[in-house]
Design a protein around this ligand. Structure first.
Ligand SMILES: Cc1cc2nc3c(=O)[nH]c(=O)nc-3n(C[C@H](O)[C@H](O)[C@H](O)COP(=O)(O)OP(=O)(O)OC[C@H]3O[C@@H](n4cnc5c(N)ncnc54)[C@H](O)[C@@H]3O)c2cc1C
Length: 440
């Protein structure tokens, strides 16, 4: 049984050799990796750029999408203090107003000296401390803290430091000094290039993966999980109870736990502490080609209603009709749903300040969207909760995987790999169970 037909579920179905049933509540597979089209403009569920590190996924994508992907050299920028600077902020202070660049650079040097003078200090207690310790007060104040507060919707002091080791580039002192005087190479950090379908948005990749799903399985669309009984090893879908031998569980973890029959109180307590942010964003179409050439920008300042803005059509022109632009705008406000006209005008004014478009008149249309599960919050309860819940589920042959099933921060490639791994894990476990018992 595969619960959820996003990339993790699709990949599990690709790799399982036994019969499977994939249950997806939506009327289309793909989960977060889908693309919508309006008047010839294409929009993912905000930018879904494919970064491949693993040889297996590189070979897979090359095989199933021959000549259909295009490599793109990343153009990521920061917009703050009225200027665009290179990504990552901490390694590219050049171009900032001189007094801000000086504050950031001196702060970094001071933090660097403190780290050298007192090695072996206890690990930072939270993400704010991590930023102050590794980047100093200036970089923390002008970028790390405000940007991450907008992104996560909670203050960085509520987030643990562990999650960021992979995702927050930590430049060395000489790189920071080089970046402050403009001597760094154009792009630094991980993911300096990515792949993207030449046509059709990220869903072109998703569809190619769907074609690889084995014929020994069955897909039930527009079908949600009703309930699961772990003791009786039964699952209820569409009102009907069915037995299961193993479950690839890729739907959001709280959604599953809510449906478990007789959930033990200690798991219930952990479940109540799982936190995830929602994301509100705009699909935005422009009448003219965007003035700026970046693929996306990070916007830390509170005065702008967005924290990240990307231009699909700058990366791949086919994402918009000729001479026009398609944007995604990730909004920081998670409160009451704003009126579309009001938020579109505010966004257009902000985008005009970044140089990305001429002004509100340049907007052809905008669509306001929500993502219910966007970023898992790594707060102080996170590790205790997942370390209790995951093994408990696996003991009942329910294997949580994927970004929301495993309850983590990951990317599309990780999900494809997780689907392969869980298929192998399940095949191995079932092979042991199927072995005949020989009575001596
Ligand atoms: C804003 C944002 C930007 C991102 N950008 C990138 C990027 O640039 N590059 C990148 O590599 N990754 C990116 N990602 C990450 C990427 O989207 C995920 O890693 C990946 O798509 C997750 O796949 P999944 O199958 O684990 O989960 P999902 O895609 O969420 O799939 C889970 C499926 O379960 C279904 N479901 C939910 N509840 C039920 C139920 N009760 N019954 C049945 N089905 C149910 C859902 O409809 C969904 O189809 C981004 C994520 C976000 C949120």
């Amino acid at each position: 049984m595969i619960l959820g037909g996003g990339l993790t579920g699709i990949s599990a179905a690709m790799h399982l050799t036994r019969p499977w049933l994939l249950v997806e509540k939506n009327d289309r597979l793909g989960g977060h990796a889908r693309t919508d089209e309006t008047q010839g403009f294409r929009f993912d569920k905000t930018g879904h750029w494919l970064h491949l590190r693993d040889d297996y996924t590189k070979a897979l994508i090359a095989r199933i999408l021959p000549d259909k992907m295009t490599p793109v050299a990343r153009k990521a920028r920061i917009f703050s203090s009225g200027v665009l600077t290179r990504f990552p902020f901490q390694a590219n202070l050049h171009g900032l107003p001189p007094e801000i660049a000086k504050e950031c650079l001196l702060g970094f040097i001071q933090a660097h000296e403190e780290e050298r003078a007192s090695p072996g200090r206890p690990a930072p207690a939270n993400f704010e401390e991590f930023c102050l310790r590794h980047f100093g007060p200036g970089i923390s104040r002008h970028f790390m803290i405000p940007y991450n507060a907008k992104l996560w919707g909670v203050h960085p002091r509520e987030i643990t430091a562990e999650w960021c080791s992979r995702f927050v580039p930590r430049p060395k002192l000489d790189e920071v000094v080089s970046g402050a005087v403009g001597a760094n190479p154009p792009e630094l950090g991980y993911n300096i290039s990515f792949q993207y379908p030449k046509k059709g948005g990220i869903e072109t990749m998703t569809r190619a993966l769907i074609k690889e799903m084995g014929k020994q399985g069955e897909v039930a669309l527009a079908t949600g999980l009703d309930a699961i009984d772990l003791t009786a090893r039964k699952i209820q879908i569409g009102g009907e109870w069915r037995p299961y031998r193993a479950v690839v569980m890729t739907i959001p973890l709280p959604e599953l736990l809510r449906r478990v029959v007789n959930l033990p109180p200690e798991i219930e307590q952990h479940a109540a502490r799982l936190r995830c942010t929602t994301l509100r964003y705009l699909n935005l179409a422009t009448r003219s080609r965007p003035k700026a050439d970046f693929h996306w920008i990070y916007v830390p300042e509170e005065k702008y209603p967005f924290y990240r803005v990307g231009i699909y059509s700058n990366a791949v022109p086919a994402m918009a009709p000729r001479g026009k632009g398609s944007f995604y705008v990730e909004l920081s406000d998670r409160g009451e749903r704003p009126e579309l006209a009001t938020i579109t005008r505010q966004v257009a004014e902000g985008l005009a300040a970044t140089g990305a478009l001429k002004g509100p008149d340049d907007v052809l249309f905008a669509e306001l969207k929500d993502i219910e599960y966007a970023y898992v919050v790594f707060d102080q309860h996170y590790y205790a909760a997942v370390n209790a819940i995951r093994p408990w589920l696996e003991a009942h042959d329910v294997f949580p995987r994927g970004r929301y099933g495993f309850w983590t921060y990951n990317a599309m490639e990780d999900c494809i790999l997780a689907g392969r791994e869980v298929a192998a894990t399940i095949e191995a476990r079932l092979a042991v169970q199927d072995r005949p018992i020989i009575h001596a």
